[in-house]
Design a protein around this ligand. Structure first.
Ligand SMILES: [Zn+2]
Length: 96
């Protein structure tokens, strides 16, 4: 018997930018975890990737003249930085 995986992907729905799986504002906690593990060796690529999403979200969310959401940076980018900080901290902690 094959079990069909019906796990929804935690992806941003456009133009609302709510998560398709859990309806939280995307990236939801689950999406962040997946992205952080996927990009753990390339945190600066993740920052670039997320800033392009932030641009697209800003376009979509202001397409009808709405005010830009004030928390977009928090939502798309603030959580990317801890992994960068953690990586550079590991470098510093390495004894010579
Ligand atoms: Zn989700």
């Amino acid at each position: 018997m094959v079990t069909v995986r019906r796990e929804a992907n935690h992806l941003g729905a456009r133009p609302s930018w709510d998560c398709l799986a859990c309806t939280q504002p995307w990236p939801c906690a689950h999406a962040k975890e997946e992205l952080l593990s996927e990009f753990r060796r390339h945190p600066s690529s993740l920052a670039i990737y997320m800033s392009s999403y932030m641009d697209e979200a800003l376009n979509d969310l202001t397409a009808h003249g709405e005010a830009p959401p004030p928390d977009l940076y928090e939502r798309f980018l603030s959580w990317v930085r801890p992994s960068i900080a953690r990586l550079s901290k590991e470098d510093h902690d390495t004894p010579h």
